[in-house]
Design a protein around this ligand. Structure first.
Ligand code: ZN
Length: 103
């Protein structure tokens, strides 16, 4: 039987154990160090960790909500929700791109 080592998505620790299944059927994992749960692979494009960064990048390059939705294969609702999270400062994955520390 093949074994796959799944590093933690947040802290790269290998102390990870299985933590049930997502609604999509993909297995979920939980890290023993940072106690956060995550999936190794995501079925839906909108849940992938790199999607919010792509949405911001497209918005910064002048793409509209419908254009972004079509290119990234996520719903318009997902695009708007991520853009609103950034505006209110509730996003975890987006870092300060300007580098001046201003809100
Ligand atoms: Zn972790």
């Amino acid at each position: 039987m093949a074994t796959i080592e799944v590093p933690c998505r947040y802290c790269n620790s290998l102390l990870v154990y299985k933590h049930g299944y997502a609604r999509s059927g993909e297995p979920r994992y939980r890290c023993r160090e940072c106690l956060r749960s995550f999936q190794h692979t995501y079925r839906y494009e909108g849940n992938k960790p790199e999607t919010p960064e792509k949405i911001v990048e497209m918005a910064m390059n002048g793409s509209g909500v419908r254009d972004t939705s079509r290119v990234l294969k996520v719903s318009i609702t997902t695009v708007i929700a991520h853009l609103k999270k950034i505006r209110t400062g509730k996003s975890q994955s987006i870092t300060d791109t300007r580098g001046d520390g201003a809100p």
